[in-house]
Every structure is written in C-alpha cells, then in structure tokens.
Ligand binder design. Structure first.
Ligand code: HEC
Ligand code: HEC
Ligand code: HEC
Length: 89
C-alpha cells in the first residue's frame, strides 16, 4: 500500500493519495484487463473489507472464474464469455 502511494506521489505530486486508492487498471494473466473504476462502490464484494485494499488471498483462475463470472451472471451485466475477458491480441 505504502509502495503504491509513494509511487503515485513520485509520478504526480498533484494526485491526492490516501491509503485506499485502488490501482486504476489491473492486468491479469491471459490478457484480462480489469478496471477498478468500473467497479466502484462494491469493494467488499471482492476484498475482505468494505474499504478494499488488501491482497486477495488465493486470487487466481479459480477465484476469478467463480467470483468475476459469478457476479456478472448474477447481475446480468459484465462479460461472461471467455474472449470477452481474455482479449486475444
Ligand atoms: C471485482 C473485484 C474487485 C473489486 C470490486 C475491488 N477490487 Fe481491488 N482488487 C481486485 C483484485 C483482483 C486485485 C488484485 C488482487 C491481488 O493481486 O491479490 C485488487 C487490488 C486492489 C488494491 C491493491 C492491493 C495491493 O496490495 O496490491 C487496492 C488498493 C484495491 N484493490 C482497492 C480497492 C478498493 C478501494 C475497492 C472499492 C472501491 C476495490 N479495490 C474493489 C479486485 C477488486
Ligand atoms: C459484484 C459484482 C462484480 C464482480 C465481483 C466483478 N464484476 Fe466485472 N462487472 C460488473 C458489472 C455490473 C459490470 C458492468 C459495468 C458497466 O458496464 O458499467 C462489469 C463489467 C466488467 C467488464 C467490462 C467493462 C470494463 O471494465 O471493461 C470487465 C472486463 C470486468 N467486469 C471484469 C471483471 C473481472 C476480471 C472481475 C474479477 C476480478 C470482475 N469483473 C468482478 C460486476 C462485477
Ligand atoms: C469475467 C472475466 C473472465 C471470463 C469470462 C473468463 N475468465 Fe479466465 N480468467 C480471468 C481472470 C481474472 C483470471 C486470473 C488471471 C490471473 O491469475 O492473473 C483468469 C484465468 C484463466 C486461466 C489461467 C491463466 C494462467 O496463465 O494461469 C485460463 C486458462 C482461463 N482463465 C481460461 C478461461 C476460459 C477457457 C474461459 C471461458 C470458459 C474463461 N477463462 C473465462 C477472467 C475471466
């Protein structure tokens, strides 16, 4: 966390930085691009706490397919097909 904040401060001193700023875009294996900004307000649907920010223990294929696709299916929004998440270059 501290590392991220320090990193942001170094990159742009004008960016307000508090402990729980999530990284905007995360890139996972097999070309999955995940956008924290498009998933605001529901931190604890993935993270353990409402504030978010902790590493998600056990994050990986199993976790992602269960939770990411699970929610997209449940709410009827967001990608559920392999290639909609795994963008092949
Ligand atoms: C749809 C799932 C999801 C939601 C919702 C979500 N995150 Fe995340 N977040 C992740 C994933 C996945 C990672 C990378 C986890 C890892 O590497 O263990 C991550 C990483 C982070 C990190 C970096 C953690 C680190 O130590 O590197 C921060 C900070 C963070 N999220 C904050 C938030 C905040 C604040 C919210 C709510 C506004 C939020 N997240 C909502 C999935 C989510
Ligand atoms: C709690 C519900 C929920 C969870 C968990 C969730 N999503 Fe989503 N996701 C959504 C919703 C709702 C949308 C549609 C948002 C929109 O179109 O504004 C969406 C949209 C997306 C999109 C397409 C829009 C974009 O940002 O490009 C991608 C890609 C995506 N999610 C990836 C993921 C990944 C990867 C995970 C797991 C790490 C995940 N989502 C977990 C609810 C969720
Ligand atoms: C909602 C987005 C989403 C959908 C839909 C999805 N995946 Fe994934 N997939 C992920 C995420 C996120 C990971 C975890 C990547 C990581 O660990 O960094 C992952 C991981 C994987 C991995 C492991 C990659 C590795 O190198 O370890 C494979 C293989 C995979 N998915 C195949 C598929 C297949 C096949 C489908 C369709 C049946 C599918 N995925 C649908 C998001 C998705």
């Amino acid at each position: 966390m501290l590392k991220i904040c320090v990193g942001l401060l170094v990159l742009a001193l004008t960016i307000p930085c508090y402990a729980m700023d999530p990284p905007k875009i995360l890139k996972f294996k097999n070309n999955v691009v995940y956008d924290h900004e498009g998933h605001q307000g529901i931190c604890n649907s993935c993270h353990d706490t409402i504030e978010g920010g902790n590493k998600i223990s056990g994050f990986g294929k199993e976790w992602a397919h269960k939770n990411c696709i699970g929610c997209h299916t449940r709410v009827g929004n967001g990608p559920t097909a392999c290639n909609d998440c795994h963008k092949n270059p």
